[in-house]
Design a protein around this ligand. Structure first.
Ligand code: DC
Length: 222
């Protein structure tokens, strides 16, 4: 029997990962965070002193990079050349580096089969920017999740504070706008809703409200 795939795309901080994790638990599916793959490549480039906007420089590193996703007790861990970098990829620098390397065609090609392979073998909710448009155009359900940029920045600001990263709200908002612009305006696989996606705006919603509404929406279709 073929697997069931649910694509969740949208900008940073829309609540995709939290909602998708909750939904995955309810449905018994795995949750796949594809942003982690771009983050791992961004971190590798930074560690090797390569400008993350330099397509040639980053492209030349790809032969040495091994990225793997492992699902341990249902939770995703990201391995970069056998090192668990699941926490190291969550800094603001890694966010910007991920956005930069994700605009490089060779990087996207490098990660495509890995994502498709996971989706083929597992019932999953896959979260990213181009899942419904490029990675899994045949996903049974596609959701495009968004929220006002100020609210998304406030959510991210609070997450960073909890981790002891004390960037100001203004700084987080500025970087989020920059990343939105970059991710939506790149020539390859830009962030945009697939034609057949359900648009879900989480502005003003609590996490529970978003999970309940999306569970109902998905339940009608699976
Ligand atoms: O979801 P995230 O914030 O962890 O993603 C980090 C960056 O990776 C994001 O700014 C754009 C890029 N990305 C992408 O281009 N395509 C994806 N499917 C997932 C992430």
């Amino acid at each position: 029997m073929s697997s069931v795939n649910i694509a969740i795309d949208g900008p940073a901080g829309a609540g995709k990962s939290t909602v998708a994790k909750g939904l995955a638990k309810k449905l018994g599916y795995i949750y796949v965070d594809t942003g982690a793959l771009y983050r791992a490549i961004g971190v590798y480039a930074m560690r090797h002193g390569v400008d993350t906007k330099d397509a040639e420089g980053v492209g030349a590193l790809l032969g040495d990079i091994r990225v793997e996703l492992k699902f341990i007790d249902g939770a995703q861990r990201v391995f970069l050349c056998d090192e668990d970098v699941s926490e190291a990829i969550r800094t603001p620098d890694a966010s910007m580096a991920a956005s930069n390397v994700s605009a490089i065609p060779a990087v996207r090609a490098f990660l495509l089969d890995l994502q498709r392979d996971i989706a083929k073998k597992n019932n999953c909710l896959m979260d990213g920017r181009d899942i419904g448009t490029v990675v899994l155009p045949d996903a049974q359900i596609k959701i495009f999740m968004t929220a006002d940029v100020e609210e998304r920045a406030m959510r991210r600001y609070k997450e960073l504070q909890e981790k002891g990263i004390n960037d100001s709200y203004e700084q987080v908002l500025k970087e989020m706008k920059e990343r939105d612009f970059q991710d939506s305006n790149r020539p390859i696989a830009p962030l945009k809703p697939a034609e057949d996606s359900l648009i879900f705006d989480s502005t003003g919603h609590t996490l529970e409200q978003s999970i309940d509404e999306l569970t109902a929406l998905i339940g009608e279709r699976v």
